[in-house]
Design a protein around this ligand. Structure first.
Ligand code: PLP
Length: 478
């Protein structure tokens, strides 16, 4: 009989990523692979809308919570539950809820904390989809969002907190500038005000960073990215941590008698699990962003190789970033793994095992150079996604960040020449060769824009644009 592996398990990460949440044998219980007596090693895909009740009493008890078990897939599904247990174990959390996308995870987590009249305080440097959710959707529901640009300045958070602030939201590795957040610092400010810290850990993955260990109270992910890794499905997950007191007066929906708990409150009934139980029973199951068990299965397949992929991707990303930084056509590379990064010290503290695979760099020559670079690539995929086994590239200013004003783009450092990459598991040399093609095209484009260049001119000559760096000839000669 296999034991159940939880977040508190002493087993290593790589062991947990293939074993947690799917114990075979009778101990598997809820969602265990042995539930059907067949003992499949891989978690079966329970593609069923509902689950049969033996009799009247069992139906009543499953609805009433007196008996553990499944009723209807929107409320819970054995395949989805196996993935939830595994992700909770990897994040070192208490419980997890699997939902249909990362956006659904951010929505469910925050709507389990916030209601009309409440205030959300978020770092400025976040995923554009989350920013849109806060600015367009939450605003219309009466939830106002404040933004903190200086996410590592405790005073900036202090100044942003209001009496009605009910959640603080940051990303562990912000998109796309890698401007890391000191999670312990933000958690300290949040907790001093009795506010939970919610961290989007998509870019870091629990392999590189576990925010709950640094004071976060809730972790969310887009499982569509690294957790799945194959880029075949979407998914999202919400993980709850220990320690936050949900019975405090700020969260009336958790601390006051609940309609569905026969007069008891979520805090009384579930204690440390009040938030995640409410998020599951009242928010996720009612708004209904239920993942297909097929997608859950595919996410679980991905998770089984998470550490192997992220190790490789981080190492290759560092190699590529270091190479990029040496190229004369480069204005800047935003990767916290580089010693030149303003966030390198934080990276050493929070990301000692690798700094992830998503970063941005800015080519000289603005939009036209970026366009030429982008269009010349043959191996990198032009696509808005990340965490894939294949390397991907996007031009944020004209796509993901296109709705930001010129000033907002400037403030966020989303320059016209900035490109974001997500490094896959390919060989570094092949990726670098592809990027060389991009530089050749960018040089040709800026050379053509500045002055006509003789065809067949050597590389140095084609880069004779106004902003051509002085050391180019030297590099080409070497
Ligand atoms: C992709 C992403 C999301 C949204 O996830 P989906 O699965 O696309 O809905 C949220 N946060 C971050 C940091 C992301 O990269």
């Amino acid at each position: 009989m296999t034991q159940e592996i939880s977040g508190a398990s002493p087993l290593g990460f790589a062991t947990r990523q293939v074993h947690a949440g799917t114990a075979s044998g009778a101990a598997a219980g809820r969602g265990g692979a042995a539930a059907d007596g067949i003992n499949a090693r891989a978690t079966p895909i329970y593609l069923s809308a509902g689950f049969v009740f033996d009799d009247f009493d069992q139906a009543r008890d499953r609805f009433g919570g007196a008996e553990d078990g499944f009723t209807y897939t929107r409320i819970g599904n054995p395949t989805n539950a196996a993935v939830e247990r595994r992700i909770a174990a990897l994040e070192g959390g208490r419980e997890a809820i699997l939902v249909g996308s990362g956006q659904a995870a951010v929505s469910v987590a925050l709507l389990a904390l916030l209601g009309a009249g409440d205030h959300l305080l978020s770092a400025t440097s976040i995923y554009e989809g989350s920013r849109g959710l806060f600015l367009d959707n939450f605003a219309r529901l009466g939830i106002e969002t404040g933004f903190v640009a200086e996410a590592n300045d405790p005073l900036a958070w202090e100044l942003g907190i209001r009496p009605e602030t009910r959640a603080i939201f940051v990303e562990s590795i912000p998109n796309p500038k890698n401007d890391l957040v000191d999670l312990a610092l933000v958690a300290e400010v949040a907790h001093r005000h009795g506010i939970p810290l919610v961290v989007d850990n998509t870019f870091a993955t629990p392999y590189l960073l576990r925010p709950l260990e640094h004071g976060a109270d809730v972790v969310v992910h887009s499982a569509s990215k690294f957790l799945a890794g194959h880029g075949a499905v979407l998914g999202g997950v919400i993980v709850s941590g220990e320690g936050f007191d949900w019975s405090a007066g700020r969260y009336a929906h958790l601390a006051e008698p609940a309609r569905v708990l026969g007069g008891r409150s979520y805090a009384e009934q579930f204690g440390a699990d009040a938030f995640i139980s409410y998020a599951r029973d009242v928010v996720a199951s009612r708004f209904g962003p239920t993942p297909s068990p097929i997608n859950a299965f595919l996410i679980q397949q991905g998770i089984e190789t998470l550490s192997l992929r992220v190790d490789r991707q981080s190492a290759t990303a560092l190699t590529v970033a270091e190479w990029l930084e040496q190229q004369p056509e480069i204005e800047s590379v935003d990767y916290s793994g580089l010693a030149s990064s303003a966030h390198h010290e934080l990276a050493q503290r929070y990301l000692p095992n690798g700094q992830g695979s998503v970063f941005s760099f800015t080519v000289r020559g603005g939009t036209e150079a970026a366009r030429a670079f982008f269009d010349a690539l043959g191996l990198f995929t032009r696509m808005t996604h990340l965490g894939d086994v294949r390397s991907l590239i996007i031009h944020p200013a004209s796509t993901t960040h296109a709705w930001r004003s010129e000033q907002q783009l400037q403030e966020a450092g989303i320059w016209p020449g900035l490109l974001r990459v997500s490094i896959g598991v390919e060989d570094a040399a092949d990726l670098i060769a592809d990027l060389e093609r991009g530089f050749a095209a960018a040089r040709a484009a800026s050379g053509a824009a500045a002055a006509p260049v003789a065809s067949g001119a050597p590389r140095a000559a084609t880069a004779s644009g106004a902003d051509a760096p002085v050391d180019l000839a030297e590099r080409v000669a070497s």
